[in-house]
Design a protein around this ligand. Sequence first.
Ligand code: ATP
Ligand code: MG
Length: 395
Amino acid sequence: MSTSCIILIRYDEIGLKGKNRRFFENLLLDNIKYKLREIDDVRYQSPHGRIFIYADEATAEECARLLTFVPGIASLSVGVAMEPDASTIGEQGIRWIEPLLLDKGSLSFRVKTQRSDKSFPTPSPEFNHQVGSEILQKLSEKGLTVNLRQAEFTLEIEIGEKETVVFKDRVPCSGGLPVGSAGNVLTLLSGGIDSPVAAHMAIRRGCRSHYIFFDNQKFLGRGGYDKVLRLTKRLNAYQREARLYVVPFADIQVQIRDLCSPPHRVVLYRRAMYRIACALAREQSCLALVTGESLGQVASQTLENLAAVSCVVPISVFRPLIGMDKVEIIRKAKIIDTYPISIEPQPDCCSVFMPPRPATRSKIPALEKDEAKYPFAELEKAALEAAEVIACDEL
Ligand code: ATP
Ligand code: MG
């Protein structure tokens, strides 16, 4: 086996964790090992404040790609160990930079050396200059320039006592905290753009997110169900061991539609969803609900209506998108790659279940009066009993 590449993992936020730091580091390492479980011949080292991964040259780029999904990693660099010799390092730099240069037409670069081996005879600035000159000599005619402040590509050299490692440009990663460090939440996941982004934001803060989807296949077909399966599979790139609960919701929606006042319908659907989600969260040891609601986005998301749904559950309700507009949410959905699935057409329930004029400022006593008109407790029990449980790792 030729373990010729080294991947350096950096984690900013965990570094600030004081006495709990080891707990966060161990969890991160565990999540990293799980992510790379299918790649052969990978070794790990975790000295103070960093993680090193040793991988074969053929698999290192794939490891790096997979690691960009792991919450807790701030950035990573792929490097190779070599002799601390300016001309050999220069050749390596050329091998990395030349293809980028050909691709972009021009590129600025710099060399940054750190010496922990103080017996190394050449001072860092001089070594930067020596390596930089080797590279520039070969590539300046092809459009390579030097920029010491804001280079597009930084070649990093670490000269240590045991070995010298030369790193390619840093790859920015997800940041945040390792999944599992904050406990479990239950995300109300619809097939839309918003809720997958909300789930990802909770995952990025160390939560493991399970999901609940209220399904109305009877009236709307399998489209929503299929989308949600694929969304949870995609979100699974960021975590593991998540479960999706698919709760049949048609009977409840029909009763609300037929028995309650039309302007209240949307908030009543949402109150029913919250109650069922809360019951499931308690049973499954989830400490909060997460939704994709954002203030003012639609009629059901005014301050009054948000209060009217939150108040039915004695559990924290997190709305990570509350202050974001649609453009920002879409940008995030594209980054986490749930957007292409979310925008696939899906039959919506407007014509069948939505009232022409939904109330934007629902009053809680009036909602309660309306709710007394349909047998929620009975329907809730039946819905929970009929829920399908899907292990997202197996999708
Ligand atoms: P999204 O893009 O997430 O569908 P939206 O803008 O369409 O959001 P709404 O349909 O008002 O907003 O729903 C608000 C939130 O309520 C969703 O983000 C989701 O968390 C939850 N929700 C709505 N419908 C469902 C459903 N069928 N199953 C599970 N959760 C749902
Ligand atoms: Mg929706």
